[in-house]
Design a binder for this molecule. Structure first.
Ligand SMILES: C[S@@+](CC[C@H](N)C(=O)[O-])C[C@H]1O[C@@H](n2cnc3c(N)ncnc32)[C@H](O)[C@@H]1O
Length: 215
């Protein structure tokens, strides 16, 4: 792995084992309906039916379109009960990526790797990005999506101190350093659902970094 972060940038306020923070399941939505709709639309556009999908840092929801059938959706997270409740997952495993970044997957076995509202908790993102490059097949994609919220005490300093634009640039920098080609960046506002949206209320802003493994 090519190191991008300093040790100070990896530090977070709460340095206790992340597994403790996620010990109890949270059956809540971390992102609002406007963000989730935009994400599902992106998945519909980008991920073909029949793909092998990896939802890394997942929970009880994967945000994939209900009417699209994939060959397999593999889920990873930190809470087994959340993953068990996720109806999209065909297979699941629990692993603390801040302790061990090796993914128990074959090289070039995944068509689309997804991380939603998770990258901001990675302390060794370089090694995770290198592993994602290994497991993604040539021509396959990585989609890292996030908004402007976080569990502040669990985010490393690099994320906690950065702006939305910094976050986009930072994810791209880490990917490029590990050999991913220059990614596509998306930064959009969203409209709140229902009447508030019609009179101008905003939803959670939508950010995504999309990289394709060269063939
Ligand atoms: C805000 S939740 C987002 C969950 C899900 N992707 C979603 O869209 O609802 C953050 C997720 O990051 C994952 N996560 C956080 N810290 C982690 C760590 N150290 N190792 C592995 N996964 C972690 C957990 O799966 C957790 O559910």
């Amino acid at each position: 792995m090519v190191q991008v972060l300093t040790e100070a940038q990896r530090r977070k306020w709460d340095s206790s084992d992340d597994a403790m923070f996620y010990a109890e399941p949270r059956f809540v939505h971390h992102l609002d309906a406007a963000f989730r709709q935009r994400l599902t639309q992106l998945y519909r556009e980008r991920i073909p039916a029949g793909a092998v999908v990896l939802d890394l840092m997942s929970s009880w929801v994967s945000h994939l379109p209900d009417d699209v059938a994939y060959a397999r959706v593999i889920g990873h997270g930190l809470n087994a009960r959340e993953l068990d409740a996720n109806p999209r997952l065909d297979r699941r495993w629990v692993q603390n990526l801040n302790l061990d970044q090796h993914l128990p997957l074959e090289s070039s076995s995944v068509d689309a790797a997804l991380i939603v509202a998770g990258w901001q908790y990675l302390q060794v993102p370089e090694a995770v990005a290198a592993e994602l490059l290994r497991v993604t097949r040539p021509g396959g994609q990585l989609i890292v999506a996030f908004s402007n919220r976080m569990f502040f005490t669990k985010a490393p300093q690099i994320w906690a101190d950065g702006s939305d634009r910094d976050h986009l640039a930072y994810v791209a920098e880490v990917l490029i350093a590990q050999g991913w080609p220059t990614p596509t960046l998306i930064a959009e506002s969203t409209r709140a659902p229902g009447l508030p949206g019609l009179i101008g209320a905003k939803g959670d802003p939508f950010f995504a970094v999309i990289a394709t493994r060269p063939c």
